[in-house]
Design a protein around this ligand. Structure first.
Ligand code: HEC
Ligand code: HEC
Ligand code: HEC
Ligand code: HEC
Length: 355
């Protein structure tokens, strides 16, 4: 009997280990706080390396960076260029090709994903009668603003490019809509569930802190409810998942509210929150009228950004792979200008014909 049990027990043990998703040692533990407070970020160097290799395998190889970006193109080069007038013609073309790969690779449509094909089969590059071009122009402005205005606060020197969020797909992996309380889809985007609407924290529901400064102080200023606390924890869990870290990446777990005892990444994160609100306020919400019906959420609002839109489960988006950064793209690292031949009256933003 015993010699039958042994292999069975061995197998069961192996299966248990397999099912529990245990990772084999050694793992790397990096101390983020004072000694003894257990503020460690634990990473498995092999799975981390796999994730970094996966990014490296997916990032596109694009035309090399020229030694000289050249002078802005002379008047008459283009008809309707409103945010890339600071580029030379060569750099403009290099950038159009790059955008095609960063955003429209999966469509196989090439330039036509953003440019109108006329009845005679020719391509009308100057036309704005296609929503993808109108949205792209706004996305270029958003990228320029991120790389210029948020370099110090959040994005740092390397900057970002379209691939950081899009990864060769027309729809990035993580964005959000208002909820109608029923639908929920965690595959491509989050629809806020029920009345919780947690992601409105990144737009118009801003107050989130729940902890009183002292325990049992009789302080009645704090009116936070259990629901408020649950709401906050949902945001925190989602933030952690979005960055692929645990709570101690940003907090001393004994004193969650105390900024003095929090590592600098918490301040970086709070600036990230303000940045995301700015992106939604200034760039995503104003695109409302540009989206075709099938891009709207269940409540009829357009898509909006959250941490995971850029971070995609990594504490530095795409693990900082240079091909996902903006630094070699003057189209995205300088605030653009209007090309002199563009129409002086800019067409109303976001009101093109829907295809
Ligand atoms: C992801 C969207 C997108 C893709 C793909 C794309 N473009 Fe563009 N294109 C734009 C936007 C946006 C503008 C307007 C930029 C501005 O207003 O500063 C533009 C403008 C142009 C213009 C200037 C037209 C004019 O005279 O006003 C040319 C030429 C052009 N694109 C060529 C191309 C070529 C060639 C390709 C394929 C290699 C391509 N584009 C792919 C978005 C795109
Ligand atoms: C911070 C993240 C982020 C960056 C960076 C970004 N985008 Fe987007 N983009 C989004 C989100 C979110 C959507 C909405 C997805 C949807 O339509 O549901 C979107 C949608 C689009 C769409 C519409 C897709 C469709 O088929 O409806 C286009 C086109 C686009 N982006 C172009 C660009 C271009 C070009 C760049 C670089 C200049 C860029 N994006 C950079 C987040 C980003
Ligand atoms: C990426 C950084 C980051 C991570 C990871 C993170 N937090 Fe936070 N946390 C913050 C920031 C920033 C605030 C302040 C938010 C605000 O004021 O709008 C905060 C606020 C809080 C608060 C409220 C403190 C108060 O004064 O009321 C609690 C509680 C909290 N976090 C718990 C957690 C827990 C639990 C986790 C893990 C599930 C977690 N956090 C993960 C950054 C983070
Ligand atoms: C537009 C893209 C984008 C969005 C949206 C974004 N981040 Fe970041 N974040 C970055 C980039 C790029 C870096 C890397 C900076 C660097 O190279 O050090 C970064 C770095 C960070 C870091 C520092 C990591 C470290 O190594 O210390 C934290 C923390 C962080 N982000 C939190 C957040 C949180 C929380 C949100 C949502 C509220 C958010 N980010 C939204 C692009 C973004």
């Amino acid at each position: 009997m015993r010699h039958v049990m042994r292999p069975a027990a061995f197998l069961a043990g192996g299966l248990l280990l397999f099912l529990s998703a245990c990772e084999l040692p050694p793992v790397d533990a990096v101390d983020l706080g004072f000694r003894g407070v257990g503020m460690q970020q634990v990473d498995n160097p092999r799975t981390l390396q796999d994730s970094m290799d996966a990014v490296a395998a997916r990032v596109p190889q694009l035309a090399p960076t020229p030694d000289d970006f050249g002078e802005p193109a002379p008047p008459g080069t283009w008809e309707n260029v409103q945010v890339l007038g600071h580029l030379s013609e060569a750099e403009f073309n290099r950038f159009m090709l790059a955008m095609t790969t960063w955003v429209a690779q999966e469509t196989g449509q090439g330039c036509n994903y953003c440019h109108v094909i006329e009845d005679d089969g020719s391509v009308n590059f100057a036309s704005d009668d296609i929503y993808t071009k109108v949205v792209s122009r706004r996305m270029i402005e958003m990228n320029q603003s991120l790389n210029v205005n948020f370099a110090a606060d959040h994005i740092r020197e390397g900057g970002i490019n379209c691939w950081t969020c899009h990864q060769g797909q027309v729809l990035p992996n993580n964005y959000w809509f208002y909820s109608d309380g029923t639908r929920r889809d965690f595959d491509r985007y989050f629809v806020n569930e029920g009345t919780r609407q947690i992601e409105r924290y990144y737009l118009d529901q801003r107050a989130v802190r729940v902890i009183s400064p002292e325990a049992l102080s009789g302080n009645t200023d704090n009116t936070s409810s259990i629901q408020d606390t649950e709401h906050l924890y949902w945001i925190m869990i989602q933030m952690s998942e979005g960055l692929g870290v645990n709570c101690t990446f940003c907090h001393t777990s004994a004193r969650f509210s105390d900024w003095e005892q929090s590592p600098p990444s918490r301040v970086h994160a709070l600036r990230g929150v303000n940045m995301v609100r700015y992106l939604n306020d200034e760039y995503m919400v104003p695109l409302q009228d540009a989206w075709p019906e099938e891009r709207l959420g269940p409540m009829g609002d357009g898509p909006k950004i959250q941490c995971a839109t850029c971070h995609n489960g990594a504490w530095i988006p795409q693990y900082g792979n240079p091909a996902t950064r903006g630094e070699t793209w003057p189209a995205l690292t300088q605030i653009g200008t209007v090309h002199p031949s563009a129409p002086s009256e800019t067409p109303a933003e976001g009101t093109p014909d829907q295809p």
